[in-house]
Ligand binder design. Structure first.
Ligand SMILES: *[C@@H]1O[C@H](CO)[C@@H](O)[C@H](O)[C@H]1NC(C)=O
Ligand SMILES: *[C@@H]1O[C@H](CO)[C@@H](O)[C@H](O)[C@H]1NC(C)=O
Ligand SMILES: *[C@@H]1O[C@H](CO)[C@@H](O)[C@H](O)[C@H]1NC(C)=O
Ligand SMILES: *[C@@H]1O[C@H](CO)[C@@H](O)[C@H](O)[C@H]1NC(C)=O
Ligand SMILES: *[C@@H]1O[C@H](CO)[C@@H](O)[C@H](O)[C@H]1NC(C)=O
Ligand SMILES: *[C@@H]1O[C@H](CO)[C@@H](O)[C@H](O)[C@H]1NC(C)=O
Length: 494
């Protein structure tokens, strides 16, 4: 038996250290407003998934035929052929996945495999000049097998690139059980084929794993760079910086902003380029749910919400004419008789509508308490006179609301409440208005028209950057200064 190299795990860990010493960390400056951190619990989940996938792709596996002539005492040369060597099952005793500075090490050990094969032999000797042959089946058990991989994970042009830096497979022990056949044959088989079977198994498994990693790489490369949301917007899920491979977590930084599907004028919010986290400690504290033992945390900077706000504002989504409200009497000048008497006097019993448009993109701030939004709107009071729309006055509003996010499956949605608002008269064709009289009516309008409309939009939410097939579970939201973090587990459903 050939001397065995030291266990693969040491080889791989050593390799990681060597790579570590020879690599200079690359600082990248792409902007990232959403971070995804997978905790050790999440990495273990991924590892179990990979091991299960690997086993199901490995079994059954047909290995190449082996033949050899063996000298057996008293018999002379015996020609033996092992064919239809089939790997039937693999059991993994233990496994782990550990991120290192230059890659991800996955080791599976205490593995056992079951194989079956067909054997055939023939020989002729001086005392039996006719050739003798026989054949049968055998089962093989491989024990103490160890498989290790070091995977390189990097970002190339906004996409994740997975590569196989190192791959090893070692078989410690093998036992062969013949169905039929004589004991000399058994011994001859062990002596002659043990190593070959071992290396055949090792090579076949490594070959399959290489193919598997290639497939996984193709899959990762095929992840979309943007998620279309509607005609106006898509979510930019381009990877912005190199993955952060930390001691017990892997962090990804993605752009995360809403971006226009068609080219429209440049977004009007200010980007802050000092936001990108650079170290593992930053990353782990950024996603502040690691202490509650969730598989992953997705942390969204308030710029994500402001990019949505700016985008839809630019796309002129934020303007609408209200001509139906719960209290329809408020859309006739008669309903305003006591509030704006001169309006009723000038346009008695005429229908009205309200033309609401935002004067700038709503500003959203995330704090420990949740979301605060400030909305700047102009409300034009129109009178419909003989089918003609006559604008009569314009009131500027600064509306303050606060809200909380909620999770709908893999979507982040939300709702707001009205906190307060201030009004000022922008212009009027009907003289001065008593704003304090209008205040209660405006409150009702905002509560019954503006809020339900806004909440209907916010209620749908937008998708979190989670790979298709995974669903968020047991998730909760953590608010911190300028960030909201989704902490949760995932389930995999093919
Ligand atoms: C090869 O092995 C498989 C698995 O044990 C078995 O199902 C199949 O019948 C075998 N084929 C031949 C030709 O012996
Ligand atoms: C291998 O075979 C043994 C005995 O037949 C069985 O107990 C064991 O579960 C099998 N293992 C695998 C991985 O198929
Ligand atoms: C990672 O682990 C090593 C040794 O286990 C320790 O020295 C180092 O401080 C850890 N780094 C972080 C960022 O936790
Ligand atoms: C998406 O994000 C990447 C990385 O930040 C950036 O380079 C790219 O320009 C963005 N794409 C759009 C359409 O905004
Ligand atoms: C950018 O972020 C830093 C730190 O969070 C802050 O001090 C600075 O005021 C921000 N700049 C802008 C333009 O928002
Ligand atoms: C609503 O007001 C805006 C100006 O704020 C104006 O451009 C638009 O034409 C008005 N729409 C209607 C239907 O009156």
């Amino acid at each position: 038996m050939a001397p065995k190299a030291k266990p693969i795990i040491f080889l791989l860990l050593n390799l990681t250290t060597i790579l570590l010493l020879s690599t200079v960390p690359v600082q990248s400056t792409a902007q990232s407003y959403t971070s995804v951190v997978i905790s050790q619990k999440g990495l273990d989940f991924v590892k179990d998934l990979l091991v299960t996938e690997a086993i199901s792709s490995l079994t059954p596996l047909r290995l190449p035929q082996i033949q050899q002539s063996v000298r057996i005492p008293f018999l002379g040369n015996v020609h033996m052929v092992l064919s239809n060597i089939t790997l039937l099952g693999i059991d993994v005793g233990s496994s782990f996945l550990k991120p290192g500075d230059t890659g991800i090490v996955i080791v599976a050990s205490e593995m056992t495999c079951n194989l079956t094969m067909n054997w055939r032999y023939s020989y002729s000797t001086w005392f039996l000049p006719v050739s003798v042959s026989d054949e049968g089946t055998a089962s093989i058990r491989v024990e103490g097998m160890e498989v290790g991989l070091t995977l390189g994970l990097e970002v190339q042009e906004g996409k994740l690139k997975l590569s196989l830096a190192q791959c090893g497979c070692l078989v410690k022990d093998i036992s062969i059980k013949l169905d039929g056949g004589a004991s000399w044959l058994y011994q001859g088989m062990i002596d002659a084929f043990e190593e070959q079977i071992e290396s055949t198994v090792e090579n076949a498994i490594m070959q399959k794993l290489k193919e598997g990693i290639l497939k996984l790489d193709v899959f990762l490369q095929s992840l979309p760079e943007e998620i279309p949301l509607d005609d106006t917007a898509s979510l930019n899920v381009t990877f912005a910086n190199e993955p952060l491979l930390c001691n017990s977590s892997v962090g990804f930084e993605i752009n995360g902003l809403f971006s226009p599907r068609k080219i429209v004028p440049v977004l009007k919010y200010q980007e802050n380029d000092s936001e990108s986290p650079v170290s593992c400690m930053d990353s782990e504290s950024l996603v502040s749910c690691m202490d509650v033992s969730k598989m992953l945390g997705i942390s969204l900077h308030e710029f994500v919400f402001n990019s949505a706000s700016a985008l839809y504002y630019d796309a002129e989504f934020m303007q609408w004419v209200v001509d139906k409200i719960p209290d329809q009497s408020l859309l006739n000048t008669a309903g305003w008789r006591f509030i704006i008497p001169q309006l009723y006097k000038k346009y008695p019993n005429d229908d009205m509508n309200l033309n609401i448009s935002l004067s700038s993109a709503p500003a959203i701030v995330v704090s420990e308490h949740g979301f605060d939004a400030t909305v700047y709107a102009d409300l034009i009071i129109d009178v419909v006179e003989e089918g003609r729309i006559v604008p009569v006055a314009c009131i500027s509003l600064v509306i303050r609301g606060s809200g909380l996010a909620k999770l709908l499956g893999n979507n982040l949605a939300g709702s707001v409440e009205l906190d307060d608002f201030v009004m000022s008269l922008k212009w009027s064709n009907i003289g001065n208005l008593h704003l304090f009289l209008i205040q209660p009516v405006m409150w009702t309008l905002l509560q019954t028209v503006f809020l339900p409309y806004t909440n209907a939009i916010l209620g749908k939410g937008f998708p979190l950057p989670i790979i298709h097939g995974f669903t968020l579970e047991n998730a909760e939201l953590v608010y911190s200064n300028s960030r909201v973090t989704v902490c949760g587990d995932v389930q995999y459903t093919k």
